[in-house]
Design a protein around this ligand. Structure first.
Ligand SMILES: [Ca+2]
Ligand SMILES: [Ca+2]
Ligand SMILES: [Ca+2]
Length: 287
């Protein structure tokens, strides 16, 4: 019994010693690996999961992405330069004529130390990234109103909500978290939708925001815009949508007019049932 026990003890000691040596060796190896490896290994990358983003389809929002006149869409997944420019690699759409530059996403903080990770994301583990999203308007002026949807996927640390501003001044009218996944000690993967309501329609827009700490990985960016008249249905410009406008529309029905003038309320230049629908939807409105 004793001898067996002794043998057993020796065997255990031997096993422990071997384990210690192995652990030390593994530690030395991992230290070497850490010193020798791209920082992308510490990026808290997103997990496999279906996209939860919203695609405007005329139901959730009053326009259809890729179809409706005077809307824009741009989407990025794989970035190529942290300081930009980055062209939208997933898709883009311009429903009209734009005077502005090409849409772009980049890190506007040159001191962040950000780089493009192995996953194609804009990432820094040494500084605060301050992503900026540039996109186009149609420069249609003050008779119009612009709705902007920005959707983001971030991993690791998160957006500091108070910093989220359009043109440095306009806060989101709505912020909706679409999805949140715990990355197990590496923060969270978060999908968020921000809706901005902007008076007028300018030639170009810019949304900027800041990470709440180092180690934010910017994974995906989607921006949609929708431009509509301030007072759709008011064909005679009286400030009220009423029988006079209905009479004007019926008189002009089937004709072609310059976009967004007279009884063309959706900007396609044709006066037809679509415009009648808009007029009836807004009937009785004072604006
Ligand atoms: Ca990505
Ligand atoms: Ca009117
Ligand atoms: Ca029309």
């Amino acid at each position: 019994m004793i001898r067996i026990g002794t043998v057993g003890t020796v065997g255990t000691v031997g096993t422990v010693a071997a384990s210690l040596v192995a652990a030390l060796f593994a530690h030395a190896q991992s230290t070497l690996v850490q010193e020798d490896t791209s920082p992308r290994l510490v990026e808290p990358h997103s997990v496999e999961r279906g996209l939860t983003f919203v695609a405007p389809d005329g139901v959730t929002f009053p326009w259809t992405r890729g179809v409706t006149t005077n809307t824009t869409y741009a989407e990025w997944d794989l970035f190529t330069a942290a300081a930009g420019p980055n062209a939208p690699d997933v898709g883009s759409f311009i429903g009209g004529v734009i005077p502005g530059p090409a849409p772009n996403v980049f890190d506007a903080n040159p001191a962040s130390g950000s780089f493009i990770s192995g996953f194609g994301n804009i990432f820094s583990f040494t500084g605060i990234v301050m992503p900026q999203v540039d996109f186009d308007g149609f420069d249609m002026g003050p008779a119009f109103h612009t709705t902007v949807l920005l959707q983001l996927r971030t991993a690791g640390n998160e957006v500091l909500p108070a910093t989220m501003l359009l043109d440095g001044a306009i806060a989101p009218a709505e912020t909706m978290e679409l999805d949140r996944v715990d990355l197990g000690g590496n923060g969270f993967q978060v999908d968020t939708l921000y809706r901005f309501e902007v008076a007028g329609n300018a030639a170009a827009y810019s949304i900027a925001f800041s990470a709440n700490d180092i180690a934010l990985s910017l994974d995906r960016v989607i921006v949609d815009t929708f431009t509509a008249l301030n007072c759709p249905g008011d064909g005679d410009g009286s400030g009220a949508v009423d029988l006079d406008d209905l009479q004007l529309l019926l008189f002009q029905f089937g004709t072609t007019v310059p976009a967004f003038t007279d009884s063309d309320f959706n900007g396609d230049g044709a006066v037809n049932l679509d415009d009648l629908q808009i007029l009836l939807f807004n009937f009785g409105t004072l604006c």
